[in-house]
Design a protein around this ligand. Structure first.
Ligand SMILES: NC(=O)C1=CN([C@@H]2O[C@H](COP(=O)(O)OP(=O)(O)OC[C@H]3O[C@@H](n4cnc5c(N)ncnc54)[C@H](OP(=O)(O)O)[C@@H]3O)[C@@H](O)[C@H]2O)C=CC1
Ligand SMILES: CC(=O)N[C@@H](CCC(=O)OP(=O)(O)O)C(=O)O
Length: 404
């Protein structure tokens, strides 16, 4: 049984006390979301116990396989799971870094007690219940198709996001080699697809741009508040969005003190965005989408220009988003007039958004921000696996943004 020392612990929604903690200071911070205690306590989270300041993890942990642990999203999963009482990493894979420890590849994770990273060909899945797949697209299909069918999988790559495999071939330049698995895959934009995620075995975690764009647009489209034509998306990403692999275009000297547009007219996230928006509209939607690389490490902003439907006002858009996300833990509409900033979500699983009236009558400007590595990748992946396995959705995900 593994143990960890805590000075304090937050109980997430769904957990309750077994006995009122004695010798402990109970701080009720937020009735709905969490309770905090300091000191020692015994808690009735089935088998979660805290005694003498030590968290006794449940005897039956979910055993996690982390494929692509030596990349940015893999490291981010490890960081998040450090605060997850039920998930234990039992297998980690790497390619060039196979044979190395996590602490040597990512010294910021030296405190975590983790297995040595092995090559995929040496991976033993017999002690794994669920997998986070943090591999490059293309490689992912080849590997996932041979994994035991008993495993729950959340795939962070783009390999299972497009329902139409001919569209995959068109945008990713190679045929899809696991069409049967594609049929099984569920697109995991959590707040929109929660019900189907509950029973899914394979979840295709959305891309970072599509997450920041669909979260504000889907509810507005479903409510018929915006026109389907003339949706213009100007999006910006931090450089970590491109992964850890060395690329000339991502050298400090090419990125610092400037920005650049890339994938102009043809970025591979366009069909993923259009698939989600078209599903919401029950009608084909196309968008103008231009991503930009910003001289920052993490963060993503999507600025979206839309035409409101006849008679619709900016108040209507605001009220709809307020209603749609009023009970959501991780998607927040800011107070009127407040502009979301990437600094407000750094290191967290939140998506912040707001709507503004354009100077041109009938048009609106929507701004949405996420951390590309958290809500745009590993955080949403953890949110999805929590749901697939029946754990409170926010487990391990309540770290607040790092500011400034
Ligand atoms: N970065 C982001 O913000 C986002 C990323 N994604 C997607 O998530 C996935 C992972 O991204 P990210 O972590 O940024 O990527 P990285 O490039 O940082 O990491 C890739 C990982 O895959 C391993 N790997 C590479 N090639 C192979 C191979 N042929 N066989 C086995 N393992 C291999 C690498 O091992 P090694 O380093 O040892 O060679 C590394 O562990 C990608 O599909 C990406 O598109 C999705 C949303 C956002
Ligand atoms: C800055 C940068 O390069 N970003 C990546 C998107 C990251 C992401 O979401 O990637 P996947 O679709 O592969 O999962 C890109 O534009 O290709």
């Amino acid at each position: 049984m593994s143990t960890a020392t805590f000075n304090s612990i937050c109980l997430t929604r769904g957990f309750s006390w077994k006995d009122e903690p004695k010798n402990s200071k109970l701080i009720k911070r937020n009735e709905r979301a969490k309770l905090c205690i300091r000191g020692s306590a015994t808690l009735s989270t089935k088998s979660l116990q805290i005694e003498d300041g030590k968290l006794q993890k449940p005897e039956k942990q979910v055993r996690i396989g982390l494929l692509g642990a030596s990349g940015y999203t893999g490291a981010e999963i490890v960081r998040l799971l450090a605060n997850h009482p039920y998930f234990d990493i039992t297998l980690m894979t790497a390619d060039r870094k196979a044979g190395q420890s996590m602490g040597s590849v990512f010294p910021h994770l030296i405190t975590q007690d983790l297995p040595i990273m092995v090559s995929i060909k040496d991976a033993d899945f017999s002690n794994v219940d669920a997998v986070f797949c943090c591999l490059p697209h293309g490689t992912t299909q080849e590997i996932i198709k041979d994994l035991p069918k008993s495993l729950k999988i959340v795939d962070l790559s783009a390999d299972f996001r497009l329902r139409d495999i001919s569209e995959y071939q068109e945008w990713y330049g190679q045929p899809h080699i696991a069409p049967e698995l594609q049929k099984e895959a569920v697109y995991g934009l959590t707040e929109i697809s929660r019900e189907v995620i509950k029973t899914a075995r394979l979840v295709a975690n959305p891309g970072c741009y599509p997450t920041s764009i669909q979260l504000p647009l889907v509810p507005l489209i479903k409510a018929n508040l915006i026109e389907y034509r003339n949706i213009i998306i100007d999006a910006k990403s931090g450089v970590s969005g491109a992964g850890r692999g060395a690329k000339e275009a991502n050298l400090y000297s090419e990125i610092a003190e400037g920005i650049y547009s890339y994938g102009v007219t043809r970025h591979r996230h366009a069909p993923e965005i259009e698939q989600g928006l078209s599903d919401a509209a029950h009608s084909k939607i196309t968008v103008s989408f231009t991503p930009h690389l910003m001289p920052m490490i993490r963060g993503m902003q999507s600025t979206i220009y839309v035409e409101m439907a006849p008679g619709v006002t900016i108040e209507d858009l605001y009220e709809q988003l307020k209603i749609s996300y009023k009970d959501e833990e991780f998607v927040k509409l800011l107070e009127k007039g407040i502009v979301p900033r990437t600094h407000n979500v750094r290191g967290s699983n939140y998506c912040l958004m707001n709507v503004f009236p354009d100077r041109i009558p009938g048009r609106a400007i929507i701004i949405s921000v996420i951390d590309n590595l958290v809500k745009g990748a590993s955080g949403q992946a953890l949110q999805n696996l929590n749901i697939m396995l029946g754990f409170p959705e926010n487990t391990g995900l309540l770290s607040q943004p790092l500011f400034p």
